[in-house]
Design a protein around this ligand. Structure first.
Ligand SMILES: C[S@@+](CC[C@H](N)C(=O)[O-])C[C@H]1O[C@@H](n2cnc3c(N)ncnc32)[C@H](O)[C@@H]1O
Length: 192
């Protein structure tokens, strides 16, 4: 089963745990607060919206959201009825035909194959304005593994390759962060 199917079939079970989890909250909150109020942000792989979308909204950002799971998006819309949503893959979404001030993607990149990850970074670069900001989770180490919780196969290009790929797509890495769940975040800015 691929990741998109997994999260669709396990949607409510996933939410049961994630809704009560504070993992990543501190990092996302300080990133969101570093953006000017009213900035437009696309959340890619938004899930059910707790806790990440809640932080973006509470930080005064204007949010658009994309996810492959129709069940998760149904819950998301009950929680954030005014946020525009799209049920689509991160690689195939038209991203509402917009250019954004920022993009965030928590828990997605490792679910994509290596070539899809590179295509994803390219796509994000296309939908951000110059000086646009990007925060996403992906490991520092390179490798392939089976996630202990979901059983899904995961891939990581590793820090050097992510940094190079981001630079090829016109980003600079500002810094990295590690949250309480040991997840690594790349914080980047699109140059020029
Ligand atoms: C680990 S969850 C993270 C959800 C949310 N960002 C959070 O922090 O709670 C992964 C999410 O990615 C979504 N997903 C899986 N494959 C996807 C793809 N190719 N494009 C967009 N979303 C995808 C799943 O439906 C799920 O909501």
């Amino acid at each position: 089963m691929d990741a998109a199917n997994f999260y669709e079939t396990q949607a409510l079970k996933y939410l049961d745990t994630r809704d009560r989890s504070g993992v990543g909250v501190g990092i996302v909150r300080s990133w969101a607060r570093s953006l000017p109020s009213g900035s437009t942000v696309v959340e890619i792989a938004c899930g059910g919206g707790y806790p990440i979308t809640r932080i973006l909204v509470d930080s005064g950002l204007m949010v658009w959201a994309v996810d492959t799971s129709s069940t998760l998006l149904r819950q998301f819309r009950l929680r954030f009825s005014t946020i525009p949503t799209q049920c689509a893959s991160a690689l195939e979404s038209d991203y509402f035909g917009r250019i954004f001030d920022a993009a965030i993607s928590v828990g997605l990149v490792s679910l994509l194959h290596e070539d899809e990850q590179l295509a994803f970074l390219h796509r994000v670069s296309e939908i951000l304005r110059p000086r646009g900001r990007f925060l996403f989770t992906a490991p520092v180490e390179m490798g392939t593994w089976q996630d202990v919780t979901t059983g899904l196969e995961c891939w990581s290009l590793g820090r050097t390759a992510y940094t190079r790929a981001l630079e090829r797509e016109g980003f600079r890495v500002i810094r990295t962060h590690i949250d309480e769940g040991e997840n690594n975040y790349y914080e980047a800015e699109k140059i020029g």
